[in-house]
Ligand binder design. Structure first.
Ligand code: NAD
Length: 437
């Protein structure tokens, strides 16, 4: 297959390096495309083999010139729809980073283009591919805990990873949909996939409690902002991100700033931030199950806790994660750990042995890349991990509904969102469509 990538920031590297490395004997990366010439040139230089570069304004011309079979979309979230629609209309397949889109209008255009062209869209829900999370789905699907009636799901973003969403484009809902769409689409997708169901109704609350000017004042920061690079409080601030301290951040962002004014280290306490950092949602599923979900972005640790309550027992999983460097200071002695416990009624709780995985996102990314680029070798998709536009849609519809519910204080019906926005391909009430959950 001939691939092109649009969006040459941090995330695209996983795809580029896979296509130019372990999968180079099967596929060809023919073009890179970005609106920032510096990042574009850097990516081409790092590719290690010749690859054409094109400015984002020439995306359509790039497709005509380079004839890719598939486009990988790794641009900021609000731009996905335009690239997906153009790619499908030009006859290409699409691999899109999550979230598929940020707004129902964008989703409607994507679903319409897919229905018109019949083109294939894959949404890269890498979180599905971690061995531990796949195992949870297997246990649930086998009926071990009976019918799942309720789920408690908490995701803790620590003050290093969590803070990062407040430094750049994610900090405005117009770009990212807010964390209920940008980040939680991973988590809502996991719920849909674990339960093999679809969300029907959502209530939620959301608040910016921590990344505020008040917190800066409480921390003794007298003159925070607007960017770490120029901040007078930088030396005292635990959240300061010095791009020059990290070779990767320097080359990818600081040295590319001049071209487009994209600053990677805006102040996390900026009053102009438009997203929240604390969320709770209650989701009702078509299966009859319900879930309580919590996300916050200033936790003292990073990871997830999930409990599935079933008619025969409980299944719980806890994963303490350790991330890469995004500024800030890590607590000492932090290490990755996972535990899954099965507690069936009438029996003692027992630890479940978790299959080993290695690589980014809990061992998920390498497994997903094999599925994407060597499906023959990866074997049949027994766990239904490959996700199409419908799975992408269900995950963001939960987030969009939760955001609306949080703003309005009223429960949001996902069926109404589908009808009001004429979202094609999502209306079959009788069964979860293939790939939808
Ligand atoms: N699945 C995951 O775990 C995961 C992890 C990180 C990011 N992501 C997703 O990957 C995507 C990219 O995130 P990132 O962290 O790499 O962001 P980034 O800011 O590092 O990179 C974005 C790139 O897109 C370019 N760009 C901006 N606007 C553009 C436009 N209109 N046309 C073309 N190029 C444009 C920027 O110049 C930059 O090079 C996002 O959708 C994000 O949600 C997914």
């Amino acid at each position: 297959m001939r691939y092109a990538i649009v969006g040459c920031g941090s995330r695209h590297r996983m795809f580029r390096d896979a296509l130019c490395g372990p999968y180079a004997d099967r596929h060809q990366l023919v073009a890179l495309c970005d609106s920032n010439p510096r990042r574009l040139a850097l990516s081409a230089a790092e590719a290690g083999r010749p690859v054409a570069t094109h400015d984002a304004a020439d995306f359509k011309a790039m497709i005509a010139a380079e004839q890719p079979d598939s486009i990988i979309v790794a641009t900021p979230d609000h731009t996905h729809a335009d690239y997906i629609v153009t790619a499908l209309e030009a006859g290409c397949e699409v691999i899109c980073e999550k979230p598929l889109a940020t707004h129902p209008d964008q989703l409607a255009r994507i679903l319409d283009a897919q229905a018109r062209t019949g083109g294939r869209i894959t949404v890269t829900f890498n979180y599905r591919y971690s061995p531990a999370r796949t195992q949870l789905r297997e246990i649930i699907a086998a009926g071990t805990i009976g019918e799942v009636t309720a789920v408690d799901f908490r995701w803790h973003l620590d003050r290093i990873h969590g803070a990062d969403y407040f430094r750049r484009w994610h900090r405005q809902k117009a770009n990212s949909g807010g964390l209920l769409v940008h980040k939680a689409s991973h988590h809502f997708d996991l719920l849909n996939w674990w339960l093999d169901s679809r969300p029907e109704q959502v209530t939620a609350s959301a608040r910016r409690a921590f990344y505020t000017p008040q917190t800066a004042a409480d921390l003794g920061l007298a003159h925070p902002g607007p960017r770490c690079a120029t901040c007078l409080d930088g030396a005292q601030c635990d959240f300061a991100l010095v791009l020059d301290d990290d070779d990767n951040l320097r080359r990818l962002y600081r040295e590319a700033e001049q071209a487009d004014g994209y600053h990677r280290n805006l102040c996390v306490f900026d009053p102009a931030i438009g997203i929240e950092d604390t969320f709770q949602a209650h989701i009702r599923f078509a299966s009859g199950a319900s879930a309580n979900y919590t996300l916050y972005a200033y936790a003292p640790w990073e990871g997830l806790e999930v409990s599935f309550i079933g008619t025969r027992g409980e299944l719980t999983h806890r994963h303490t994660e350790v991330h890469g460097i995004f500024g800030g200071k890590r607590p000492p002695g932090e290490h990755e750990s996972m535990a899954t416990t099965l507690h069936l009624a009438g029996e003692a709780p027992r630890a479940v042995e978790i299959p080993e995985g290695s690589g980014d996102h809990g061992g998920a990314d390498p497994v997903m890349l094999e599925d994407l680029f060597a499906p023959d070798r990866a074997g049949p998709d027994r766990h239904n991990r490959a996700s199409d536009q419908r799975a992408g849609a269900w995950s963001i519809l939960t987030g969009i509904a939760a955001d609306r519910a949080a703003q309005s204080g009223v429960a949001t019906d996902i069926g109404a969102l589908i009808r009001d926005n004429a979202l094609v391909g999502l209306t079959d009430p009788s069964r979860p469509e293939a790939g939808a959950a």
